[in-house]
Design a protein around this ligand. Sequence first.
Ligand code: SAM
Length: 190
Amino acid sequence: MKMERILPFAKSLLKKAVKSGDMVVDATLGNGHDTVFLAELVGEDGQVFGFDVQQEAIDATKERLIGHNLIDRVTFFHEGHEQISAKIPKDVQGKITGAIFNLGYLPGGDKNIVTRAETTISAIEQLLAIMASEGTIVLVIYHGHEQGAVERDQLMKYCQGLDQKTAHVLQYQFINQQNNPPFIIAIEKK
Ligand code: SAM
Protein backbone atom coordinates (compact mmCIF):
# COMPACT_ATOMS: atom_id res chain seq x y z
CA MET A 1 0.00 0.00 0.00
CA LYS A 2 1.20 3.46 -0.78
CA MET A 3 0.06 5.93 1.81
CA GLU A 4 -1.55 8.93 0.22
CA ARG A 5 0.60 12.07 0.43
CA ILE A 6 -0.75 15.32 1.78
CA LEU A 7 -1.99 17.09 -1.36
CA PRO A 8 -3.50 13.95 -2.95
CA PHE A 9 -5.26 13.23 0.34
CA ALA A 10 -6.70 16.77 0.39
CA LYS A 11 -8.12 16.09 -3.08
CA SER A 12 -9.50 12.69 -2.06
CA LEU A 13 -11.42 14.27 0.80
CA LEU A 14 -12.94 16.84 -1.54
CA LYS A 15 -13.78 14.18 -4.14
CA LYS A 16 -15.81 12.37 -1.50
CA ALA A 17 -17.73 15.49 -0.49
CA VAL A 18 -18.32 17.21 -3.84
CA LYS A 19 -20.21 16.03 -6.89
CA SER A 20 -20.92 17.41 -10.32
CA GLY A 21 -23.17 20.49 -10.20
CA ASP A 22 -22.12 21.49 -6.66
CA MET A 23 -21.08 24.88 -5.25
CA VAL A 24 -17.66 25.05 -3.55
CA VAL A 25 -15.16 27.57 -2.17
CA ASP A 26 -11.47 28.03 -2.87
CA ALA A 27 -10.60 30.24 0.10
CA THR A 28 -7.00 30.93 -1.04
CA LEU A 29 -6.67 31.08 -4.83
CA GLY A 30 -2.88 31.51 -4.96
CA ASN A 31 -1.63 30.20 -8.28
CA GLY A 32 -4.93 28.45 -9.02
CA HIS A 33 -3.92 24.78 -8.80
CA ASP A 34 -6.73 23.94 -6.38
CA THR A 35 -9.15 26.11 -8.34
CA VAL A 36 -8.58 24.05 -11.48
CA PHE A 37 -9.11 20.87 -9.49
CA LEU A 38 -12.36 22.18 -7.96
CA ALA A 39 -13.63 23.55 -11.28
CA GLU A 40 -13.16 20.13 -12.84
CA LEU A 41 -14.87 18.47 -9.88
CA VAL A 42 -18.03 20.63 -9.99
CA GLY A 43 -18.42 20.24 -13.75
CA GLU A 44 -20.09 22.68 -16.10
CA ASP A 45 -23.21 23.08 -13.95
CA GLY A 46 -21.32 23.79 -10.73
CA GLN A 47 -19.55 26.90 -9.47
CA VAL A 48 -16.38 27.70 -7.53
CA PHE A 49 -16.28 30.86 -5.39
CA GLY A 50 -12.65 31.94 -5.11
CA PHE A 51 -11.04 34.40 -2.71
CA ASP A 52 -7.62 35.99 -2.50
CA VAL A 53 -6.30 39.27 -1.12
CA GLN A 54 -3.69 39.63 -3.89
CA GLN A 55 -4.42 40.75 -7.45
CA GLU A 56 -1.35 38.75 -8.49
CA ALA A 57 -3.04 35.55 -7.29
CA ILE A 58 -6.33 36.38 -9.02
CA ASP A 59 -4.46 37.03 -12.28
CA ALA A 60 -2.40 33.82 -12.02
CA THR A 61 -5.53 31.79 -11.28
CA LYS A 62 -7.46 33.34 -14.18
CA GLU A 63 -4.62 32.55 -16.56
CA ARG A 64 -4.48 28.93 -15.40
CA LEU A 65 -8.24 28.51 -15.71
CA ILE A 66 -8.29 30.02 -19.20
CA GLY A 67 -5.58 27.52 -20.17
CA HIS A 68 -7.88 24.71 -18.99
CA ASN A 69 -11.03 26.23 -20.48
CA LEU A 70 -12.60 26.41 -17.01
CA ILE A 71 -12.89 30.16 -16.38
CA ASP A 72 -16.73 30.15 -16.61
CA ARG A 73 -16.98 27.88 -13.59
CA VAL A 74 -15.33 30.34 -11.18
CA THR A 75 -16.57 33.53 -9.50
CA PHE A 76 -13.68 35.67 -8.24
CA PHE A 77 -13.54 37.83 -5.14
CA HIS A 78 -10.51 40.06 -4.65
CA GLU A 79 -11.27 39.98 -0.93
CA GLY A 80 -10.18 38.16 2.19
CA HIS A 81 -12.00 34.90 2.88
CA GLU A 82 -13.32 36.52 6.06
CA GLN A 83 -15.84 38.12 3.66
CA ILE A 84 -17.31 34.72 2.69
CA SER A 85 -20.81 35.16 4.07
CA ALA A 86 -21.04 38.75 2.85
CA LYS A 87 -19.92 37.88 -0.69
CA ILE A 88 -21.37 34.47 -1.46
CA PRO A 89 -24.85 34.94 -2.94
CA LYS A 90 -27.70 34.23 -0.54
CA ASP A 91 -29.31 31.63 -2.83
CA VAL A 92 -26.11 29.55 -2.73
CA GLN A 93 -25.81 29.66 1.05
CA GLY A 94 -26.76 26.29 2.51
CA LYS A 95 -25.63 24.51 -0.66
CA ILE A 96 -21.82 24.66 -0.40
CA THR A 97 -20.44 21.12 -0.21
CA GLY A 98 -16.67 21.69 -0.14
CA ALA A 99 -13.99 24.26 0.63
CA ILE A 100 -10.22 24.33 0.66
CA PHE A 101 -7.77 26.61 2.44
CA ASN A 102 -4.21 26.19 1.25
CA LEU A 103 -2.62 28.36 3.93
CA GLY A 104 0.58 30.38 4.06
CA TYR A 105 2.07 32.64 1.37
CA LEU A 106 1.80 32.76 -2.40
CA PRO A 107 4.55 30.56 -3.87
CA GLY A 108 6.80 32.86 -5.90
CA GLY A 109 5.11 35.93 -4.36
CA ASP A 110 5.51 38.23 -1.36
CA LYS A 111 6.27 36.01 1.65
CA ASN A 112 5.08 38.74 4.02
CA ILE A 113 1.50 38.37 2.83
CA VAL A 114 0.32 35.29 4.70
CA THR A 115 -2.92 33.84 5.95
CA ARG A 116 -3.59 34.57 9.63
CA ALA A 117 -5.41 32.54 12.25
CA GLU A 118 -7.94 35.21 13.15
CA THR A 119 -9.26 35.62 9.61
CA THR A 120 -8.92 31.92 8.77
CA ILE A 121 -11.01 31.01 11.84
CA SER A 122 -13.56 33.69 11.02
CA ALA A 123 -13.89 32.22 7.50
CA ILE A 124 -14.27 28.67 8.86
CA GLU A 125 -17.02 29.82 11.23
CA GLN A 126 -18.84 31.54 8.37
CA LEU A 127 -18.50 28.47 6.17
CA LEU A 128 -19.81 26.15 8.86
CA ALA A 129 -22.88 28.37 9.07
CA ILE A 130 -23.58 28.32 5.32
CA MET A 131 -22.47 24.85 4.22
CA ALA A 132 -24.68 21.90 3.45
CA SER A 133 -24.78 19.03 5.91
CA GLU A 134 -21.74 16.76 5.30
CA GLY A 135 -19.97 19.64 3.55
CA THR A 136 -16.22 19.36 4.07
CA ILE A 137 -13.62 22.04 4.74
CA VAL A 138 -10.00 21.03 4.06
CA LEU A 139 -7.20 23.06 5.65
CA VAL A 140 -3.67 22.47 4.36
CA ILE A 141 -1.49 23.92 7.10
CA TYR A 142 2.01 25.14 6.22
CA HIS A 143 3.79 25.74 9.50
CA GLY A 144 7.43 26.00 8.41
CA HIS A 145 7.43 29.82 8.43
CA GLU A 146 7.16 32.01 11.54
CA GLN A 147 3.55 33.13 11.12
CA GLY A 148 2.61 29.64 9.96
CA ALA A 149 3.53 28.18 13.34
CA VAL A 150 1.44 30.82 15.09
CA GLU A 151 -1.49 30.14 12.76
CA ARG A 152 -1.13 26.37 13.29
CA ASP A 153 -1.29 26.66 17.07
CA GLN A 154 -4.38 28.85 17.06
CA LEU A 155 -6.11 26.74 14.43
CA MET A 156 -5.41 23.52 16.31
CA LYS A 157 -6.88 25.02 19.47
CA TYR A 158 -9.96 26.20 17.60
CA CYS A 159 -10.46 22.92 15.71
CA GLN A 160 -9.97 20.74 18.79
CA GLY A 161 -12.65 22.84 20.49
CA LEU A 162 -15.28 22.36 17.78
CA ASP A 163 -18.32 20.64 19.26
CA GLN A 164 -18.47 17.00 18.14
CA LYS A 165 -22.22 17.37 17.83
CA THR A 166 -21.70 19.88 15.02
CA ALA A 167 -18.64 18.60 13.15
CA HIS A 168 -16.23 15.70 12.64
CA VAL A 169 -12.62 16.96 12.72
CA LEU A 170 -9.73 14.94 11.30
CA GLN A 171 -5.95 15.47 11.37
CA TYR A 172 -3.78 13.78 8.72
CA GLN A 173 -0.04 14.16 9.14
CA PHE A 174 3.24 12.35 8.57
CA ILE A 175 4.92 12.62 11.94
CA ASN A 176 8.51 11.56 11.21
CA GLN A 177 9.40 14.07 8.49
CA GLN A 178 11.86 16.93 8.82
CA ASN A 179 11.38 20.63 8.02
CA ASN A 180 7.76 20.93 9.12
CA PRO A 181 5.97 19.58 6.06
CA PRO A 182 2.33 20.58 5.63
CA PHE A 183 -0.49 18.61 7.21
CA ILE A 184 -4.25 18.47 6.90
CA ILE A 185 -7.13 19.32 9.15
CA ALA A 186 -10.51 18.43 7.66
CA ILE A 187 -13.83 19.51 9.11
CA GLU A 188 -17.04 17.78 8.05
CA LYS A 189 -20.20 19.61 9.05
CA LYS A 190 -22.77 17.27 10.61
N1 SAM B 1 -4.33 27.26 -3.37
C1 SAM B 1 -3.20 27.90 -4.01
C2 SAM B 1 -2.73 27.09 -5.22
O1 SAM B 1 -3.31 26.03 -5.50
O2 SAM B 1 -1.83 27.57 -5.90
C3 SAM B 1 -2.09 28.26 -3.06
C4 SAM B 1 -2.50 29.26 -2.01
S1 SAM B 1 -1.16 30.15 -1.25
C5 SAM B 1 -0.39 28.92 -0.28
C6 SAM B 1 -1.97 31.17 -0.04
C7 SAM B 1 -2.76 32.34 -0.62
O3 SAM B 1 -3.58 32.88 0.40
C8 SAM B 1 -1.92 33.49 -1.15
O4 SAM B 1 -2.17 33.71 -2.51
C9 SAM B 1 -2.39 34.70 -0.31
O5 SAM B 1 -2.47 35.90 -1.04
C10 SAM B 1 -3.75 34.25 0.13
N2 SAM B 1 -4.29 34.92 1.31
C11 SAM B 1 -3.66 35.46 2.38
N3 SAM B 1 -4.56 35.97 3.25
C12 SAM B 1 -5.80 35.74 2.72
C13 SAM B 1 -7.14 36.02 3.15
N4 SAM B 1 -7.40 36.62 4.30
N5 SAM B 1 -8.14 35.65 2.32
C14 SAM B 1 -7.91 35.04 1.15
N6 SAM B 1 -6.67 34.74 0.69
C15 SAM B 1 -5.63 35.09 1.48
